[in-house]
Design a protein around this ligand. Structure first.
Ligand code: ZN
Length: 234
């Protein structure tokens, strides 16, 4: 992590993005610390579509007014972040989500189209293949997939082949998991925290991601909390 450095008499003051990164990476850290298992696969090396749940769920606490009031204090006066700024942070989280999500999902689906080709399929023109793939999902011309095929490094050289979707999938999981805390009326619900720790961090290698998730949540994740977070649903 590369955080803003201290300057002169001013200590390192983190930007909002950096605070989110801190919570995120701390989640990976907790996963590493709590996980138990003898083998690589059972000791934390979980499949890619589960790996960002422990980290992304932490970002939910980061921005909650109740939590902000506990740590977001002025470095000189100790004054808590004003309500007006907390509101601004919350409102700005909805900015441009329609565009961002469509370009991301378009790239994820393009990835799947490339990686479900069979040996018999003949692709002579990369751009034509991409266009056909995007027409299939009805992508509007104002939005392009986040990465075009010719520079989609994640899926051709970055190890995310047929796996670019995982960030969004993790968002489904983290939004639904965090919603369990919200629904309980206590963001620090210890009973839920213990369950999450046990099934999703400590013993996560015991079963497939969905199996472990259901042990924590009692049901499969719903997409609704994510849609709400993104401002797509009231
Ligand atoms: Zn991460």
């Amino acid at each position: 992590m590369y955080f803003t450095k201290p300057t002169g008499d001013t200590p390192s003051l983190l930007t909002w993005d950096e605070v989110n990164t801190l919570f995120h990476e701390f989640g990976h850290g907790l996963h590493g610390l709590f996980t138990e298992g003898k083998y690589n696969r059972t000791a934390g090396n979980v499949p890619r579509d589960f790996v960002e749940l422990p980290s992304q769920i932490m970002e939910n606490w980061c921005g909650e007014p109740e939590v902000l009031r506990q740590y977001a204090k002025h470095y000189e006066t100790g004054e808590v972040l004003p309500e007006a700024l907390i509101e601004k942070i919350q409102n700005s989280s909805l900015f441009n989500q329609g565009f961002a999500n469509v370009e991301y999902l378009a790239a994820s689906l393009l990835d799947m189209d490339w990686h479900t080709l069979t040996a018999e399929d003949q692709v002579d023109d990369v751009n034509a293949f991409e266009e056909a793939s995007m027409n299939e999902i009805g992508l509007i011309p104002e939005i392009l997939p986040r990465y075009r095929s010719t520079y989609f490094g994640h899926i051709f050289s970055g190890g995310y082949s047929a796996g670019y979707y995982v960030y969004k999938w993790a968002e489904v999981l983290d939004a639904d998991a965090f919603n369990a805390f919200k629904e309980s009326g206590d963001l620090f619900n210890k009973e839920l925290a213990v369950k999450f720790r046990q099934h999703c961090l400590q013993e996560v290698g015991e079963g497939e991601g969905m199996v472990q998730y259901k042990k924590f949540r009692g049901q499969e994740p719903s997409i609704k909390p994510l849609l709400k977070n993104l401002g797509f649903e009231e």
